[in-house]
Design a binder for this molecule. Structure first.
Ligand code: ZN
Ligand code: ZN
Length: 167
């Protein structure tokens, strides 16, 4: 099951992030891929919270920690994480989010809050199949079928009702 909820008030993000890193380590181990310290750190930075981070923002964070870091370093790390499905690129923001289910994620659909940036991924296989079916009918070859839905999360939509539960 994909993580379907936007992280709410009681979300234990430390555990969520630790899980994500454990999953990444296991997946890389199974594939014989090297999760080098820099790749791992970039993944960790992306998992700081549930909003997308741009490459430049990540570069700045890394530079704050490690001094000068050449931009290709971050792009290579991002490529690696993308290839292994550990992160997704949110095209409309040119930014990256961690994938909660990297070993079982063939289709990414994202709900993105324009208020706070929180992004929830659903991996709805039926929706992906309908897109593929429509493409087949059109004779259209799909190279990417990330779906990005923009709007406002409950917290941002109802700012005056701060006590309202978040999804
Ligand atoms: Zn979390
Ligand atoms: Zn929001």
């Amino acid at each position: 099951m994909a993580e379907r909820k936007l992280p709410g008030r009681n979300h234990d993000h430390a555990a969520c992030m630790a899980d994500a890193l454990r999953r990444a380590e296991r997946l890389c181990y199974e594939r014989g891929a090297q999760l080098t310290p820099i790749r791992r750190r970039v993944l960790e930075l992306i998992w700081t919270d549930h909003r997308p981070y741009g490459a430049y923002e990540l570069l700045e964070k890394l530079q704050a920690e490690r001094g000068r870091v050449a931009p290709p370093t971050i792009y290579r790390a991002l490529d690696f994480l993308l290839v292994h499905g550990l992160i997704h690129r949110i095209e409309s923001l040119n930014a990256f989010v961690g994938c909660p289910r990297p070993s079982d994620c063939s289709a990414g659909q994202f709900f993105i809050c324009d208020g706070c940036g929180v992004t929830a991924e659903i991996a709805d296989k039926a929706l992906a199949q309908r897109i593929d079916g429509a493409a087949l009918e059109l004779g259209f070859t799909v190279s990417q079928r990330i779906v990005e839905i923009r709007g406002h999360c409950r917290r941002c939509h109802l700012p005056e009702q701060d006590e309202a539960p978040v999804l």
